[in-house]
Design a protein around this ligand. Structure first.
Ligand SMILES: CC(=O)N[C@H]1[C@@H](OP(=O)(O)OP(=O)(O)OC[C@H]2O[C@@H](n3ccc(=O)[nH]c3=O)[C@H](O)[C@@H]2O)O[C@H](CO)[C@@H](O)[C@@H]1O
Length: 368
């Protein structure tokens, strides 16, 4: 490859952080290796990527696509029209931008974009984050040249000849965390206190929020502090419910932009088990308690979490038991440094820190 040539790439997909952040990690790595590359994102109007991608310094175009609901609902009636319209627009974007390759990271927008690109003969690659195949990626599997996955056994869903087991792309700054004291300062936390980081995935998690909100009395008895991401949907409600809580013990945020510092500040982490969170936590290597979301296709978060609990690399509390059991389990872990050490060592063994580089080298080989 001529490293000076201004190659052009489209990255497409989104809907949740679990699709957007891997795309950003891939884009950053392409730019690092090919500083002259031109990169365009294609997302879905009104979705999270329309905000997060420009914040990261990339251009994005929004298609008028919406998802098809897995259940039978009237909302699906408008789906064919939105899809046709999006396919038309995607074709125009691809023809104008003339990418050398197109990368799909799952989520609605990648469907029309990769469809249009592959019809025009442009090489396409899929990155599937989960241990099962998303609807859009299944729809695209015949059209693409390469598929990068993070779990074994994905030949159940995709042609084995196209599969590459690379792991999920992680943002670079998570590979080398800042020091604890700097992280503590940036969240205005007390360096002398044990810290629990509470995450609900990119959108926030009602059950995890309730597990704290309903147990403030037991939290107040513990000598620790909580850095807590509530999620956009629940933030205002949680703030009102915490009006009287100890503001020093609880740092309540809607969304954490500096995840590197959040991970660095944490002694233990409570989190949903979305695929990207899991991949990040393997690299971060801290003790984790998963509360998998029960509201996702094929219960895949439980499978994500079990892949770790089986290796004694994390603890798990089910969504149904979380309000009762989560905080007691967290305090037990916070006091058990031996268990923490064992979990940290085991989770680290599962990390795939080279995922992004490997994916980018597959993209480059594809266009050579
Ligand atoms: C409810 C739902 O549909 N969840 C899916 C979604 O999860 P979700 O979007 O929650 O994605 P993940 O858990 O995979 O990743 C969350 C990402 O958001 C980041 N983050 C999170 C909180 C925060 O305050 N700041 C921040 O930057 C994390 O560091 C991580 O990079 O996509 C995942 C990957 O396809 C799936 O496995 C999940 O099942």
């Amino acid at each position: 490859m001529d490293m000076q040539k201004p190659y052009r790439f489209i990255l497409s997909g989104g809907g949740t952080g679990g699709h957007i952040f891997p795309a950003l990690a891939i884009a950053d790595e392409i730019k690092k290796q090919l500083p002259n590359a031109e990169i365009l994102f294609v997302g879905a109007e009104g979705k999270m990527e329309m905000q997060k991608v420009p914040e990261a310094g990339y251009k994005i175009f929004g298609l008028p696509i919406a998802g098809i609901q897995r259940s039978l609902t009237l909302k699906n009636l408008s789906f064919p029209f939105k899809l046709l319209n999006s396919l038309r627009q995607a074709k125009k974007i691809v023809k104008n931008f003339k990418p050398d390759a197109v990368i799909g990271v799952g989520g609605y927008a990648s469907g029309p974009t990769l469809r249009a690109a592959s019809n025009l003969g442009i090489p396409c690659l899929l990155q599937e984050q989960n241990s099962y195949a998303g609807l859009t990626n299944k729809w695209l599997k015949k059209k693409v040249k390469q598929i990068c996955v993070a779990y074994e056994g994905m030949d159940k869903y995709f042609p084995a000849s196209k599969l590459n087991l690379t792991g999920n792309p992680i943002r670079k700054n998570l590979l080398d965390l800042p020091d604890r004291s700097k992280a503590m300062k940036s969240f205005d936390l007390d360096e002398s206190k044990k810290t629990i980081l509470v995450l609900g995935g990119s959108l926030g998690a009602r059950t995890i929020n309730e597990s704290i909100a309903q147990n403030l009395d037991i939290l107040e008895k513990e000598d620790c502090q909580v850095l807590w991401q509530t999620g956009k949907l629940y933030h205002n409600e949680m703030l009102t419910r915490f009006e009287n809580a100890d503001k020093k013990q609880l740092k309540v945020l809607e969304f954490i932009k500096n995840m590197d510092e959040a991970y660095a500040a944490a002694d233990i982490i409570i989190t949903r088990a979305g695929a990207l969170s899991v991949s990040e936590l393997q690299v971060v290597g801290k003790p984790v308690i998963f509360v998998p979301s029960p509201n996702v296709a094929e219960d895949h978060q439980t499978k994500n979490a079990q892949a770790l609990t089986q290796e004694d690399a994390a603890l798990m509390v089910t969504d149904a038991q979380a309000v009762k059991e989560l905080l007691p389990k967290a305090f037990e872990l916070l006091k058990d440094t031996e268990k923490q050490k064992q979990l940290s060592e085991n989770i680290k063994k599962m990390a795939k820190p080279k995922a992004t580089e490997n994916i980018v080298s597959i993209i480059f080989k594809m266009i050579e």
